[in-house]
Ligand binder design. Structure first.
Ligand SMILES: Nc1nc2c(ncn2[C@@H]2O[C@H](COP(=O)(O)OP(=O)(O)OP(=O)(O)O)[C@@H](O)[C@H]2O)c(=O)[nH]1
Length: 401
């Protein structure tokens, strides 16, 4: 499941990265196209339009200076106009050269060729006018100018105007294309951007859900671990039948109580409780009744001591009790008496009358021993003395030792 989750997330991330790359690449390409279109519009076409205007002005100046030559009487004035005529001719020629060098489309080339033919025609008429002027036939020269040169000049102007319109039209088209490119880029970027954001949100949701599931699983596993640790702890320190502390835990508690008493100079009492003729109960009434008797004894032992004291089952029908902060033997005997009274007597289990009795011996720290083993042994021995005393008295209980 974990592998599948990571694979799906990785694939989604790969798609997201591809989307972002596509978005960036597309944006860059479209911007480049847009840039080149704008460059075409602003730089090339505007320069061409500029050149055409200059050619137009120079051509007009050339015809105009020819006219002035035809009207001028002063030879110096005549020369000055002739000089202007030549300079204008040079400007027309160089402008046209520049225009051609900038590169022409098929439509531009067609218009340029027409202009070339007109320029040739104009030049031949202008040459004719200059010849007439040199022959001092000004009236004929003016007539040729009006009848032939000016119509040709107007036709040339029209061609240039057409060419300028052509550029303006191309400019407009490029502008529209740029606008279209901008719109396409905007829509494409918007669509991809939305897709990328939606995908990112889906990935985030997926990842968060996975993380939540994982942390829930970890919490459950930790809870289970804690429960099994507690069960193990319970098992290691408690008797499974009665739920009382077992020998190990009792030794621990006794050890602590001895250390405490040793340090503060107190006493610790131990009661060793062994049921009488418990084997008979098992044999006569069955093991299950025996178990119930043991559980009932554990309950009675627990309810008849102080909260600060503790009870443990050592095994079989043997129990021990730890009495903390006792003043002396009298306290132990009083506790033993109380226990004995709570146990003695007939009780009904599974509808069967069972007589419970116990022999109880006691030991006192530090009087009967200074460590756990010595104290338990002493209490056990005391219990045996009580038991053998009660047996020799044929079921009659003797006072506790
Ligand atoms: N039902 C039950 N019986 C147990 C358990 N543990 C030990 N026993 C039995 O308890 C009995 C203890 O027998 P004994 O040690 O002879 O004790 P008793 O019959 O009380 O003898 P005295 O102490 O001499 O009076 C044996 O029959 C064990 O099998 C247990 O957990 N449940």
């Amino acid at each position: 499941m974990q592998r599948g989750f990571s694979l799906t997330t990785s694939m989604a991330f790969a798609v997201l990265i591809a989307l972002i790359c596509g978005l960036t690449l597309n944006g860059l390409l479209q911007l480049q196209t847009l840039g080149s279109q704008i460059r075409t519009v602003l730089e090339i076409h505007n320069r061409k339009i500029d050149l055409i205007t200059k050619i137009q002005v120079a051509a007009h100046l050339r015809t105009d200076s020819l006219f002035r030559m035809a009207l001028a009487n002063d030879p110096f004035e005549h020369d000055a106009y002739f000089h202007e005529f030549n300079r204008a001719g040079f400007l027309v020629g160089s402008g046209r050269n520049l225009l051609r060098q900038m590169g022409l489309s098929a439509a531009e080339q067609r218009s340029f060729d027409t202009q070339t033919r007109l320029v040739n025609d104009i030049e031949s008429v202008q040459k004719q006018v200059i010849d007439l002027l040199n022959a001092e036939r000004s009236a004929d020269a003016r007539r040729v100018l009006v009848q032939e040169a000016i119509p040709l000049q107007e036709a040339f102007n029209q061609q240039l105007a057409d060419m300028r319109n052509l550029y303006q039209q191309v400019n407009l088209t490029a502008q529209q294309q740029a606008q279209q490119t901008y719109q396409n880029t905007f829509l494409f970027t918007l669509a991809l951007g939305i897709a990328a954001v939606v995908l990112a949100l889906l990935i985030a949701r997926h990842t968060l859900r996975g993380a939540r599931l994982r942390s829930q699983l970890i919490r459950e596993q930790m809870g289970e671990l804690e429960r099994s640790r507690a069960a193990l702890r319970e098992e290691a320190t408690h008797d499974p039948l009665t739920g009382l502390a077992n020998r190990r835990l009792f030794y621990d508690r006794l050890h602590q109580a001895i250390r405490h008493a040793h340090r503060y100079g107190g006493k610790v009492g131990i009661l060793y409780v062994d049921l009488d003729r418990f084997k008979d109960i098992n044999d006569r009434l069955g093991h299950h009744v025996g178990d119930t008797v043991l559980t009932e004894v554990a309950k009675r032992l627990t309810t008849n001591i102080r909260d600060s004291d503790s009870v443990a089952r050592l095994g079989g029908d043997e129990f021990v009790m730890l009495l903390e902060a006792v003043q002396g033997r009298q306290d132990c005997l009083a506790a033993a008496r109380k226990i004995e009274q709570s146990l003695n007597g007939e009780t009904s289990f599974y509808g069967l009358d069972v007589e419970i009795a116990a022999s109880i011996g006691h030991a006192l720290y530090p009087d009967d021993g200074t460590d756990e083993d010595a104290l338990i042994r002493a209490a056990d021995a005391a219990m045996y003395r009580v038991k053998s005393g009660s047996e020799s008295a044929q079921q009659h209980r003797l006072p506790f030792q």
